[in-house]
Design a protein around this ligand. Sequence first.
Ligand code: GFB
Length: 319
Amino acid sequence: MKKIMVTGGHGTVGYAIQQIVSREPVEGYRFIFVDIGDANLCSKTATLSLFEKVRPDGVIHLAADVGGLYKNMDHGVEMLEKNLLMNMHIMQCCKEFNVEKLVSCLSTCIFPELSLSDHIRLPIDETMIHMGPPHPSNEGYAYAKRMLDVQSRYYRKQYKQNYITLAPTNIFGPNDNFSTENSHVIPALIRKCHAAMNNGGDFVVWGSGRPLRQFIFSLDVARLFIWAYLHYDEAEPLILSPDESQEVSIATIGQYVADAFGYFKPLMFDTKYSDGQFQRTVSNRKLMERYPDFKFTPLPAAVKKAVDWYRGNFAKARL
Ligand code: GFB
């Protein structure tokens, strides 16, 4: 039985992988979920000790200092430095312990900002990752993740390591980070709508609601990470996203959250908050070529699942 160590094992995607493999075991593999309680990956010593203890055959590296638009805008230094350190230590330890496969996690927010590059067009694809600067709102995080792509390819080329990278679009789902200030948009809206339902207040969406995003349900991401661990072995990143037709405005996703709660008052918009990047439409053509049978969870149903999880687990939700 081979051991796959999942870093960030109790985060949104780590939790989703736990849900999937507990119901649908992957033959020949055992999953070990670790988090900062097991080792602070910003420390090389702690990371080495973790690898000594677990001795994984494979690694799915999800651990990151991650957050939504407003955390990225206010904490660029930490998002850059902590992610560079964690990624460096994971790459080095995977080589030192002869790990047979490493799957690392990028993000679609790291691709070039359309208005800052003459070399890209929408929909963005995997070939464009370094063809211009990322959006200023999450530059620190984006450059740390871009180095993950570079480092992964260098280890493949120089040391013949089977390291791959996957680039999910905006993820949401059960056991998300629901904090008001640091979370991504959907968990933040879930928390705010829940509060509005309970205290009769307004359900306030930050910004204009006009920006566009493609969202992917965490359990879909989990299935795709497991599939990629077993079947994707290419150097180039692979975007994990529903196709362009599934792109929605922030106002629309806010309405999906309201509908899932049965909140019937009009959404309010607070435009003193930044909208961040307006649009970053990505193509999932390459994923569909590699995995044509994959079915994404329809967005309204996925939002309802996330809302239902929150309502049922409110007391233990990460706030
Ligand atoms: O998920 P999010 O915070 O980050 O979404 P990005 C930001 C968009 O949602 C902006 C609007 O247009 C916000 O104005 N929004 C509305 C809100 N209400 C809220 C709210 O209460 N909280 C938040 N956070 N947003 C992410 C990166 O960028 O892209 C992630 O931060 C990841 O790290 C992801 O890479 C793919 O979508 O702008």
